[in-house]
Design a protein around this ligand. Structure first.
Ligand SMILES: [Zn+2]
Length: 272
């Protein structure tokens, strides 16, 4: 096995923090960055009703009550982390592989990744099995967060995030680190052959990134994203060992719930 593949497959145990009643996960690698605040939320700590109980951040349920509750939870999350809710950038995710710069216009309706170099410009994206990736340039302090489900991963959205940071802000991939957060693990993710084939096309060697059981592919989406980042030249990648479908009491899982569930968040902000 190549060294890069070994690094992509490695899973780490992450930090759990309780802040203002919220249970949050953090990447030990990103937590060391003094000018970055970040967190991956769980479903604990809010008042959202079933089936999105209790800390739903998504506004995907089409009722005023649910949308208001999600807005309150976003505000609560910002408050807990000391971030400015008024400046929060939240893309309207559509399973694309598009990453854009977060700006004052706040017009990122159909994108699945945002990047910024602005201080105190929090970025928030939503997940329920899809892979959250927080990407950070440690030298130039540039931040990007992407939403990588299988479609986004097949479209190399993590690579697109790194490329945008390089092209727009002059980031050098070697200075970039990334955290690959709570998402569905290979253990719980049987797919069709066409999914595995599309994922394979994004990396130089898919061997070991997909496990086969009785001929059915079980892709390790977190590892495919880590591999894409490492093959982009990213210096270090920290992949969590958390599988969202294995722990439905802690995380929203689209697969495990049959689609009726809430959304956890990946949030980050560059601070002064
Ligand atoms: Zn699992």
């Amino acid at each position: 096995m190549s060294k890069t593949l070994e690094r992509a497959l490695k899973k780490n145990s992450w930090l759990t923090k309780e802040i203002d009643g919220l249970t949050l996960n953090q990447s030990p690698l990103l937590a060391k960055q003094a000018n970055l605040v970040h967190a991956f939320t769980t479903r604990l700590g809010g008042n959202s009703p079933a089936p999105v109980d209790t800390f739903n951040l998504g506004r995907h349920l089409d009722t005023d009550d649910s949308r208001a509750d999600a807005a309150r939870n976003r505000q609560k999350l910002c408050q807990a982390l000391g971030l400015d809710f008024q400046r929060l950038a939240v893309p309207g995710q559509v399973h694309s592989s598009i990453v854009v710069i977060a700006d004052e216009k706040n017009t990122y309706k159909e994108v699945d990744g945002v990047a910024t170099k602005e201080l105190n410009r929090p970025l928030l994206l939503h997940f329920a099995d899809c892979v959250p990736v927080i990407i950070f340039d440690t030298k130039k302090s540039v931040l990007s967060i992407v939403h990588a489900g299988w479609r986004g991963t097949a479209g190399s959205i993590a690579k697109n995030g790194v490329r945008l940071m390089a092209e727009h802000f002059g980031s050098r991939p070697a200075d970039i680190i990334a955290a690959v957060g709570p998402a569905i693990g290979s253990c719980c993710y049987p797919t069709g052959d066409e999914v595995a084939t599309k994922l394979a096309a994004t990396v130089s060697n898919i061997a070991d990134l997909v496990t086969y059981k009785e001929g059915v592919p079980y892709p390790d989406l977190k590892a495919v994203n880590a591999m894409q980042l490492l093959e982009s030249g990213v210096g270090e990648v920290d992949v969590t060992d958390i599988c969202t479908a294995c722990q439905p009491e802690l995380f929203y899982s689209h697969r495990q719930s049959g689609g009726k569930t809430g959304r956890q968040g990946a949030i980050g902000s560059i601070i002064g």
